[in-house]
Design a protein. Sequence first.
Length: 208
Amino acid sequence: MYTPDHATLEKWVSPARLATYKDEADPVATYFWNAELSAAFFELICHVEVLLRNAIHSQASAWATRSGGVTPWFDDPYYGISGRTAKNLADAKRAAGPGASEDKVVAELSFGFWRYLLTNHYRTTLWPRITRGFAGLPSWDRSPSYVSEPAVRINKFRNRVAHHEPIFRANTAQAFADLITLAEMVDPAAARTLWERQRIHDVMRRRP
């Protein structure tokens, strides 16, 4: 396997980008290892993101069906979707295209959209209708803030990974704990499955 030297990699990715790794014993190896770690995290993030959005979407859709609604739940003015959440929804609708199905729009929604729905703005409107989607919430705290705290941190970490930023000096232990915790809030069995299938620990053990 060909491994570029420092000068070649610097030319490929820019001096500024590689400078982040200058204090490492082997900057080139650490750069590629960081990419591998990011990929392992992104795999887990994808699973948790789908789990979270389905927990919210399935419960909100079920409520709309029981109530005889004919429009998608996210278009119900009762929820007062506004601000950045409304912008994310509008962007998703544009990406899905005219006449797109509800599921297609949901698939286009970003992680940020779902975590915004967990803020106190929706505590008395949407949250009571989706709480049953979080079977793993502790009985002593079933508030949206309990779910929102790890979701906010995950969203920030996800953006770092998605924008190819270095994560090898980030609090990856916290990020991993947040992802498993959020999965457990939705379904403890899902959290166990993701823990058993994740490859983050294997990659961490191979740090240059």
